[in-house]
Design a protein around this ligand. Structure first.
Ligand code: SF4
Ligand code: MG
Length: 331
């Protein structure tokens, strides 16, 4: 609720604060039991920070995080510990996130030791069961990460995340470090595990192709803000934010006539501005082809303009104009 995370920038030995990276700036959203919330946006939009705030790996500068009705925003490490069983994270890099000096058995068994959990039948049997669950061989127990391919390593990371039977799994770019041919396998595995174990997912990705098949709802982020949040069907059939339209036009589709978005490729002008001094008004106005005067001065609130479809734009596509007749923005 209203999540803010600013990272201060300091100068000199006295660490004088000279500015802040506004990584996320006022995010309000929910993740519902059993669903997959996809979060998409270009690198630097704050989506990883959003995932780390939800899992409380980071403490927010402002706003609130509730898990199952409990406020966990400023909970101490000690009080968070039992809750850590319920919220797990899968990381992007299947190489860096596995300790090369530990065996697969040691890695997947770590959560049991950290939490002091003794599974029925012992840790080894439970780890071997988990390895099977993610499509690995129980005999891999004594092997080391370097003996495995990228896709297999990500399966080891998934097994570790599932060890304590979490309720919510936050996966930050779970397949982007993998070969394209392997990506679908890992995405399908996550999908199967969700069904089998009744998991709730938040899956973070930098493009729509990875999350389009697995998400129930999708949040589109731009420069620390959610600009659009909608059911998958609604988002794909009638995207409302110009930025979402641009993202979608970058995803190749087999049949362009079946897409609600503009069928020609939208090329955004310029680069993503710096999150240290984001543009005034609508943060997208420096790159938006629909921008008018109000876009430069007034931030558009995230409003529900259709059932299950929120958008932050003065002039949405496929929806009612919120500032009709406003003068075009002359660059
Ligand atoms: Fe573009 Fe204005 Fe909408 Fe922002 S508010 S996305 S600048 S039309
Ligand atoms: Mg990231």
């Amino acid at each position: 609720d209203g999540l803010v995370k600013h990272f201060p920038i300091t100068k000199g030995v006295l660490k004088r604060k000279v500015g802040a990276v506004q990584a996320v700036d006022g995010l309000t959203f929910d993740v519902r039991p059993g669903e997959t919330l996809g979060v998409v946006g270009e690198s630097g939009c704050g989506k990883s920070t959003m995932g780390r705030l939800v899992t409380r790996l980071l403490e927010p500068t402002g706003g609130k995080v509730e898990f199952q009705g409990r406020d966990i925003t400023h909970m101490s490490a000690g009080r968070l510990r039992p809750m850590r069983r319920d919220i797990q994270m899968i990381f992007q890099d299947p190489y860096g996130s596995l300790n090369p000096r530990h065996t697969v058995g040691g890695i997947v068994g770590t959560p049991f030791r950290l939490q002091g959990v003794k599974p029925e039948g012992g840790v080894k049997a439970e780890v071997q069961r988990l390895l099977e669950l993610v499509g690995l061989n129980p005999e891999h127990y004594n092997r080391y990460p370097h003996e495995f391919s990228g896709g297999q390593r990500q399966r080891i990371g998934i097994a570790r995340a599932l060890a304590l039977k979490p309720k919510l799994v936050v996966a930050d770019e779970p397949v982007s470090a993998l070969d394209v041919s392997i990506q679908a396998q890992v995405v399908n595995l996550l999908d199967d595990l969700q069904e089998e174990l009744g998991l709730t997912y938040m899956i973070i990705a930098h493009d729509l192709s990875v999350i389009r098949h697995v998400s129930d709802r999708i949040a589109v982020m731009y420069l620390g803000k959610i600009v659009e949040l909608a059911d998958r069907k609604s988002l794909y059939e009638a995207p409302m934010h110009p930025y979402t339209n641009a993202l979608m036009s970058a995803v190749p589709v087999p049949d362009p006539r079946r897409r609600g978005a503009k069928s020609e490729r939208i090329l955004l002008k310029g680069d993503v501005p710096s999150p240290i001094s984001p543009p005034s008004g609508c943060r997208f106005h420096t790159r938006c082809w629909k921008a008018t005067q109000i876009c430069k001065t007034t931030e558009p609130p995230l409003l529900q303009l259709k059932t299950g479809h929120q958008v932050a734009c003065h002039h949405p596509e496929n929806g009612e104009d919120q500032a009709p007749g406003d003068a075009p923005l002359v660059a």
